[in-house]
Design a protein around this ligand. Structure first.
Ligand code: ATP
Length: 364
């Protein structure tokens, strides 16, 4: 039999990737609906982040896709094949967990090769694929170490190599960086994206960290209470969150109730906290309509004019001070000041019209 080209099958099988389709995914736990009907199509080779607060159903969704948790209702298809009745090993997806889940008594090489041995891949081919996978995660020199002799970051690389060595059509990652320190997390984000591109598989990545999702994903799926709230590119999500709760999750911490004074279709004048604010308009508004305004702390800046507030707390974070303040009616705002400020100071804060998000109060 002719030998296979040494480095091609991983890429080829990945390119032959199929679309993953989730339809009406539902999962109940003793009457509690953890997933309430998830519809999502993921294109081959896409890097999708499932993002949302704790308990919104991210891990349940990932486990349902992996086959670790059976569905209560709905279907999962990979290309033309319905897979939701298949056991995890027949789906053949690679999984990476927060806890690494390595065998402590096996070397990195043995851990990575374990799945191939289970699949009865011939010894020579398995050895070659393990070497390729360890090289891909830049661990070739550490191949004979036990997990206990490796750093957290190295152990997670072993776990990633183990997930990709089986040449899965889909790699599932559940908060893989949560156990690492901040510096290593940053470094590993780039590494995971590089590996994703090198193998060409579809990646589904669960996280509650918006920075991770923004920096790594092609598309972000924001979940809440077992449902998808919004899907879009990182820019869409960062700049145009569709709902107040998504905006809050994406860092728009200040929320002010207001009322439309005038609107000309492109700009609106809003009365909020006894002040008047100019806001860019993205949809129709009626005079007198109740709205919610949202702003990021870095955009709501202390200056000569704006909403009068009393500083409650402020801390120096390198270039600027960031703090929380209160208006006379007790509304809380989160602001930035380029000059020193502290508790009890009376200041005014303002944001530029294009930095303020506006939502109809009813839809909030
Ligand atoms: P986190 O970021 O904290 O891991 P998550 O978004 O991944 O949260 P899930 O772990 O999917 O959330 O849980 C969703 C909901 O389902 C939670 O309310 C959780 O308590 C519940 N849940 C998950 N697994 C089970 C289970 N085996 N039995 C009962 N309830 C469960």
């Amino acid at each position: 039999m002719p030998a296979r080209a040494p480095d091609m099958p991983a890429r080829q099988s990945a390119r032959r990737g199929e679309r993953l389709e989730l339809k009406g995914l539902r999962r109940d736990f003793s009457g509690f609906a953890a997933l309430k009907g998830l519809d999502l199509t993921i294109e081959p080779g896409e890097f999708v982040a499932l993002l949302g607060p704790s308990g919104c159903g991210k891990t349940t969704a990932l486990n349902c896709i992996a086959g670790l948790t059976p569905l209560t209702a709905g279907s999962i298809s990979l290309g033309p094949l319905r897979i939701d009745q298949l056991p995890p090993e027949r789906r053949g997806f690679g999984m990476v967990f927060q806890s690494y889940a390595l065998f402590p008594h096996m070397t990195a090489r043995k851990n990575v090769g374990f799945g191939l041995a289970m699949q009865n891949v011939a010894r020579r081919e398995a050895a070659q694929r393990v070497d390729e996978a360890l090289t891909l995660v830049r661990l070739a020199a550490q191949a004979d170490k036990l997990p206990g002799q490796m750093s957290g970051g190295q152990q997670q690389r072993v776990a990633i190599a183990r997930a990709v060595v089986i040449r899965p059509p889909v790699v599932l990652m559940d908060e893989p960086l949560s156990n690492l320190d901040a510096k290593l997390r940053l470094e590993m984000r780039g590494e995971i994206r590089r590996i994703h591109e090198a193998i060409g598989s579809t990646t589904i990545y669960v996280t509650h960290d918006q920075d991770e999702a923004l920096s790594m994903a092609d598309r972000i799926v924001v979940m809440r209470d077992g449902l998808i709230r919004q899907t879009g590119s990182p820019t869409d999500l960062y700049e145009r969150p569709a709902h107040v709760d998504v905006a809050e999750f994406m860092g728009f911490r200040t929320q002010l109730p207001g009322r439309v004074v005038t609107s000309d279709g492109t700009r609106a004048t809003i009365e909020a906290c006894s002040s008047t604010l100019q806001v860019l308009q993205r949809g129709p508004l009626a005079e007198g309509q109740a709205v919610v305004l949202m702003m990021r702390p870095e955009d709501l800046v202390a200056g000569p004019v704006g909403i009068p507030v009393t500083v409650r707390i402020a801390e120096y974070r390198g270039r600027a001070f960031f703090g929380a303040a209160e208006t006379a009616d007790g509304t809380e705002l989160f602001f930035r000041s380029d000059k020193p400020t502290g508790a009890g100071d009376r200041i005014t804060v303002a944001a530029r019209p294009e930095q303020i998000l506006l939502y109809p109060a009813a839809a909030a």
